[in-house]
Design a protein around this ligand. Sequence first.
Ligand code: NAD
Length: 465
Amino acid sequence: MAEINELKQTIRDIINEMQNEEPSSIQTEGKKGIFEDVNDAIHAAKQAQQKYEQLKLADRKEVIAAIREGMQPDTQEYAEEIVAESGMGRVADKKAKLDLAIAKTPGVEDLHTEAETGDNGMTLYELSPYGVIGAILPSTNPVETLINNGIGMIAAGNAVFFSVHPGAKNVSIKAIRQLNGIINDVIGIDNLFVTITEPSNDKVNTMMEHDDVALLVVTGGPGIVKKALSSGKKTIGAGAGNPPALVDETAEVRRAAENIYLGAGFDNGILCTAEKAVVAVDEIADELIAGFKDEGAHFLTDPKDIQTLLDSTLVDGRPNKEYIGKDAKVILEAAGLSVQGDPKLVMMDVPVDHPFVMQEMLMPILPVTRAKDFSQARQYTLDVEQGLHHTATMHSNNIKRMNDVSSAIKTSIFVKNGSSFAGLGINGEGPTTFTIATPTGEGTTTARHFARRRRCVLTDGFSLK
Ligand code: NAD
């Protein structure tokens, strides 16, 4: 057994060495970031980053401005292509997310310098590039995350290897090619963003193990986040969530219904931040449900229909991939349930332990669960979020309660009296992000998180106090 393990280790070492070999004669010119081989792509990104970090901050700013200007006219086209290729979401919402990523992702201005001065002189803390970052992208916001991560990562002086999701490969490769063209036109550097033509899980693993990848930024489900965290590399992990929306008896109930409906139905519920279950204090639950119906929800009342929908959408305890991000109408019809019009959400009134409440479905299905009073609603809300440190919303006019829940739930995003997407900067203050680092704690990531914090000390000088 010991010999077999030794042999396995030797084989692993040889593979690692081969993977990290410097490719000698790879043609990187004119590739616009698209390579067959992971090793070649990372090599090209490393070369590009070494040139890029010699440039000035003004050049980075110019590049980012050009990206915003160059990508903006194409967001409708990208939105259509993402929906067509991934089979998920709604074109208008995809466009809104792309527009948001382009307009509200912070650039170089996000890199704040810190300084301390005293009798011994001055100490600076600066945010420097890591080098090549390995960014793993989800299928649910593929090009949105690519643009958002891309701007933040090059603002901090890095190059990026993008592990694009196979289910959104073509549109993602198109975006990487276009972005490289824009960058090249401004600073004459190609391959600051790279990827490969045929993404696969094995190739993600190769990238994660590559010596020249200094930081992993993973936006995806629990499996890949866990895998990256055990890679031994510094990892920013943005994982799954199950955001609850708590509505108490002091809330403006109709307004709460409107905001929750908008947030949960946005892009057919595939945003990790979108409301996935409503916890309503019983006193206002009927009025809230009436509000959802007025907004256009298709409300299932017959327990048999709810079970039929569950049987069709949850297979072996996991969401049926066929229906992730599909329109409510498509999901209902596929389950053999009748539906009129094009409702944004299918809703139902179920107990807190129902799978629709506890499972991140990533579908336009929004359960309402009743609590007898605020204290029970508070507990249910914590139960629904499951300690994922992701997102929660609350609708109330009681500041003490809002303070209490926001501090107890410990989510990266907490929205009061608004839609969940206010936490991403839509009708809410602050920059946007599509990578909300949950288990690793960075929260709503921006350029500063993609930088190495370095301490630089000058002794006995420059203290002017
Ligand atoms: P996913 O985990 O299926 O895929 C994410 C990425 O990881 C893809 O690029 C995929 O190719 C890669 N991947 C997946 N399994 C892998 C494996 N075993 N080995 C190597 N690579 C692997 O996620 P998805 O379905 O595309 O996205 C939805 C999930 O992501 C949801 O759970 C959602 O909550 C989460 N998400 C989180 C955030 C956040 O900011 N926290 C943002 C978007 C999505």
